[in-house]
Design a protein. Sequence first.
Length: 297
Amino acid sequence: MARAPDSETPNAQATNAQAVIAAALLELLERDQPCATATITASSGSIPNEVGAQIVVDARGERVAGTVGGGEIEFRTIAECKAAIAEGKHRSFRYHLTDEDAGGIGMMCGGRADIFVHVHKAAPQLVLVGAGHINLELARLMRPLGFSVTVIDDREAWANVESYPGAVVLNAQPAEGYESVRWRDDTYVVIGTRDRDLPALRALVGRRCCYIGVVASKRKALTLLAHLERDGVDIDAIAEQLYAPVGLATGGRTPADIALSIAAEIQMLRHGGSLAHLRVEPREHARLRERRSLKSG
């Protein structure tokens, strides 16, 4: 009979460490908590851990799982992770280990570690209130752009997983469906119902979200706002989030055209873009030709 090993092999230890990292990361993201993983990508000299070692850090700057070696290198790594999460951007840094950093454990000074910090955050959330033609087209556009999609509509014939693959489908009235949504600062809402726009909009007041779009004409949008004010709703409380009518003036009129204009508006706001064209202007072509002409002359 083969004798069981007294200890795990290095490969088994590495596999277990990766599993712990993955589980911790998944748990944080399932709770919609941003976090970061830091990985030693290269090293030279003596360092307290090896290339590939990882640590998971949450937004508070707390170590959740893993290690890059403890001591000063870990303290610096955790600080870099916390700063990267706050900024929302990946980063790299190089850490030079000294005798003092080594803590008198006999390692040679001069060790160096290159560490990459990867920021992880939950996908931005799109809540579609109403499962009509426009929101159906919008869901198709937004999922490839990295959004998680939730659809709220009490009509099962319209709101179902066959029509909205990969989405969370809630067959409920808007206010009831909202109770199942994890509202966040990166939640985008688009209201496009057959006859529930006013209660859907009213029930959103006070909820965490960055964007409330309403599929409507200007006349209908003004009517909705007037009704809200009549009901005692503080319009100023949602003014910064409210986009009614929703979308950019791209000119199309089909459901797909309108969905594209909404997607463009959301992406512009999400990434801090503008309405400016990216093309090279004709006058710039003319200046370039003039410079070339002068050089050749």
